[in-house]
Design a protein around this ligand. Structure first.
Ligand SMILES: Nc1ncnc2c1ncn2[C@@H]1O[C@H](COP(=O)(O)OP(=O)(O)OP(=O)(O)O)[C@@H](O)[C@H]1O
Ligand SMILES: [Mg+2]
Length: 340
């Protein structure tokens, strides 16, 4: 059946991250965890799947559920912005399913890869996507953070994208990439500092996701999808660690991370021939962690700390979590209109 509301070509902006996959088409935004799980059913006592020896494969939220069973393997196919396992294409297949893509040949897909990726990697990813999804009408890959630049409507800026496992930096002047880099500290650095503190001082061994939820301390929801659950304490029934108990270690980790990012940005700027450039004057902050709020006064902690470090006001996309996917979607639309 032909969907009359939608033109035959479908523009999709895609941002496959270490923790979540984000995609935008029209006014639809989807997000789900970037995880895949495989499990071997060993017992007939499994209510749902009675056949012993059956192999179950799941992705996204269902994968997290399946991973609770014994004999399961949980794979995060994207690590530090790079494809580390070929099941990554299953995440893209899931995007197509959720966006109800009928014919991959109608899709104009725009996505991003890290600044420091090789031509070989780009070719391999293009090949992998084409082999598994079918040939798209157009597949265009930009450097990560370029989507955010387009989302905020600028031609020149330094973009800081604080993701889950990496902070991407990109310097663009008049839509030309002048430089960039990847800082291996991001959300998971703060999580690991707080998690170690809880283990050392309270003897509680908690999974990183629960620690992340304690740090964020509020429910983050996109449509029907919960990105972070609200919790204000972790407890094993005997020992309880509250958000207040980790305030100081959280702030120390945030200060260190922001100091490091600010240092990297200033270092990159110092290699430019002149400071009198749009990319030095405009600094854009994006990525999920940039939305972190102080749970008590609701101030944006990362943004405020980085602004102090960089001694200026930072620009901010309307939706810092989706800015990459949004910008890539805008670029896909431009390609689509160019075709028409
Ligand atoms: N409103 C929010 N407040 C605080 N943290 C948030 C918020 N929304 C998302 N996050 C967290 O920010 C982190 C980074 O999210 P993001 O989706 O940008 O990472 P990613 O793109 O998956 O990772 P990477 O870019 O490193 O591959 C995640 O741990 C996410 O849970
Ligand atoms: Mg990201």
């Amino acid at each position: 059946m032909v969907n009359k509301d939608r033109p035959k070509e479908q523009a999709i902006g895609l941002d496959v991250g270490t923790s979540t996959v984000k995609a935008v088409t029209g006014d639809q935004k989807i997000i789900f965890p970037s995880v895949y799980c495989k499990r071997l059913v060993k017992s007939v006592w499994d209510e749902k799947y009675k056949a012993e020896g059956l192999v179950i494969e799941e992705i996204a939220h269902k994968a997290i559920e399946v991973a609770k069973h014994e004999d399961s393997i949980l794979i995060r196919p994207i690590m530090e912005g790079q494809i580390r396992h070929s099941v990554a294409v299953k995440l893209v297949q899931e995007v197509y399913k959720r966006l109800d893509v009928k014919n991959p040949g109608d899709v104009i897909l725009v996505t991003g890869l890290p600044y420091d990726v090789s031509v070989h990697d780009i070719n391999n990813i293009e090949k992998l996507l084409t082999q598994t999804l079918g040939e798209a009408r157009e597949l265009v890959i930009y450097p990560q953070s370029f989507g955010t630049l387009i989302d905020v409507g600028l031609d020149s800026a330094t973009i800081i994208n604080i993701g889950h496992s990496t902070t991407g930096l990109l310097i663009v002047e008049n839509l030309t990439v002048l430089g960039g880099g990847t800082e291996p500290k991001a959300t998971d650095y703060i999580i690991s500092q707080v998690r170690s503190h809880i283990i050392k001082n309270y003897g509680l061994i908690s999974d990183p996701e629960t620690v992340r939820d304690l740090i964020v301390c509020k429910e983050v929801k996109v449509g029907d999808t919960i990105v972070c659950n609200y919790i204000n304490a972790i407890s094993d029934g005997y020992t309880t660690v509250t958000r207040e108990d980790v305030d100081s270690v959280t702030m120390d980790a945030i200060n260190f991370l922001c100091e490091k990012i600010a240092h990297d940005v200033m270092e990159m700027h110092s290699h430019l021939p002149t400071m009198n450039l749009g990319c030095v004057q405009n600094i854009v902050l994006s990525g999920g962690l940039s939305k972190l709020q102080n749970p008590y006064n609701k101030e944006y902690i990362i943004k405020d700390t980085l602004e102090k470090e960089l001694k200026r006001t930072l620009l901010w996309p309307e939706d810092a979590l989706f800015s990459e996917a949004n910008g890539f979607y805008k670029l896909a639309l431009e390609l689509m209109q160019g075709q028409g």
